[in-house]
Design a protein around this ligand. Structure first.
Ligand SMILES: *[C@@H]1O[C@H](CO)[C@@H](O)[C@H](O)[C@H]1NC(C)=O
Ligand SMILES: *[C@@H]1O[C@H](CO)[C@@H](O)[C@H](O)[C@H]1NC(C)=O
Ligand SMILES: *[C@@H]1O[C@H](CO)[C@@H](O)[C@H](O)[C@H]1NC(C)=O
Ligand SMILES: *[C@@H]1O[C@H](CO)[C@@H](O)[C@H](O)[C@H]1NC(C)=O
Ligand SMILES: *[C@@H]1O[C@H](CO)[C@@H](O)[C@H](O)[C@H]1NC(C)=O
Length: 341
């Protein structure tokens, strides 16, 4: 279009020059008016105007076409964007729907269950829910039980891993909840049952009064997963400082809790470790610190890029990634030793 324009302009200019030369020619002035030559000059002038008009028309057209093309491109881009947004919205809606569906199913099952509940088949963990045919992983509400002396409690059940029936006692995956908390917080539990939380030492004590297995699942920032399982796990009550007892390690993450075996629980305001150092303050979490750790699953959550930390206070498991690597995700879960999937 630009080329055509240039040609037209050039043509217009030539014609203009031609007309001017004609007009200035004195010989032609001498000739009487109304000759074919004068006619010719008028024609040229009119042609000149026409060419000028055409030129501006062409210019206008090309300008319009350019903006038209741009607006078409913009429209296509907008449509594409809208399309992608729509897709994302559908995906989001779908996942929300399935989550809601899950929750509804769980609630329906639980309503049914609380109606038929008797004290002889009390529900006090995810394994007993599993044996009552609850097979969906998610949040469940355990009812208060006078006989067992257990309060109502929200728990998260893993009904899939290695046969299911697991009650989660800890999770790290979001990283917005501080685990640098005092004794009372660790005693009663904190955080969000669907996100990061510590179930509470009193609850862990009650859950592990029956012989229990502890399973710890971990994920690093490369997406690789490992686990450590203890065939026997229990903690003392508050009078015994929630002392840890475990045995019979298996797994592929390394036995990094063994060092913590037979140690009391410590928090920033209760130093029960076997060290002159105050491990809970140094490692910024509550844990069964010895002097101080071979693992610290309640340490500081370091995000991607910061997880290889110079500080020793990350979420660590020495048996896998050593003392400087803070894990991306951790889940600690328990179920009875005699659980049958
Ligand atoms: C040139 O354009 C003007 C207005 O833009 C119009 O009035 C005139 O008639 C046109 N001349 C020719 C020869 O097309
Ligand atoms: C560890 O495993 C062995 C062999 O299965 C078993 O005999 C023992 O009782 C277990 N220890 C504990 C503390 O459960
Ligand atoms: C653990 O705590 C209890 C009291 O809660 C105490 O008697 C015991 O000495 C402590 N053990 C260690 C190793 O600190
Ligand atoms: C923990 O200590 C007890 C003795 O108190 C021992 O029987 C058990 O094997 C130890 N656990 C591990 C994993 O070493
Ligand atoms: C990891 O920690 C050890 C001792 O805690 C230290 O010597 C080493 O330099 C650290 N490595 C990195 C990469 O920071």
């Amino acid at each position: 279009m630009a080329k055509v324009n240039a040609c037209v302009v050039a043509l217009g200019f030539t014609l203009l020059l031609l007309a001017e030369t004609w007009a200035q020619n004195p010989r032609k002035r001498q000739t009487p008016p109304k000759t074919p030559k004068a006619q010719c000059c008028d024609d040229v002038r009119s042609l000149k105007v026409q060419v000028a008009n055409l030129t501006s028309l062409l210019e206008e057209m090309s300008r319009k076409q350019e903006t038209d093309l741009m607006s078409v491109v913009r429209q296509i881009m907008d449509l594409d964007k809208q399309n992608r947004q729509q897709e994302a919205r559908v995906t989001e809606a779908e996942s929300k729907y399935s989550e809601i569906n899950n929750r509804v199913e769980i609630m329906q099952l639980q309503t049914l269950q609380s109606a038929t509940q008797t004290s002889s088949d009390a529900t006090y963990d995810c394994a007993s829910l599993y044996s009552k045919s609850y097979r969906i992983s998610g949040e469940y509400k355990l009812p208060k039980d006078e006989f067992l002396g257990t309060p109502e409690l929200s728990v998260f059940c893993d009904m899939e891993t290695n046969g299911g029936g697991w009650t989660l006692i800890q999770r790290r995956k979001v990283g917005l909840t501080s685990f640098n908390r005092d004794w009372k917080h660790y005693k009663n539990g904190f955080g969000s049952i669907r996100g990061d939380f510590w179930l509470g030492n009193d609850h862990i004590f009650r859950l592990t009064r029956q012989p229990s297995v502890l399973r710890i699942e971990m994920e690093d920032w490369q997406g690789e997963t490992r686990y450590a399982q203890y065939g026997f796990f229990t903690v003392g009550n508050e009078l015994n400082s929630y002392k840890l007892f475990l045995a019979n390690y298996s797994g592929n993450a390394g036995d990094s809790l063994r060092y913590h075996n037979n140690t009391n629980f410590s928090t920033i305001n209760k130093d029960n470790d076997k060290c002159v150092d105050d491990c809970a303050s140094l490692r910024k979490g509550g844990y069964w610190y010895n002097c101080c750790t071979d693992s610290n699953l309640n340490g500081v959550f370091y995000r991607y890029g910061q997880h290889i930390t110079k500080n020793p206070d990350g979420i660590t498991w020495y048996g896998w990634h050593g003392s400087n690597y803070s894990l991306k995700k951790v889940e600690m879960k328990v179920r009875p030793v005699d659980f049958q999937p």
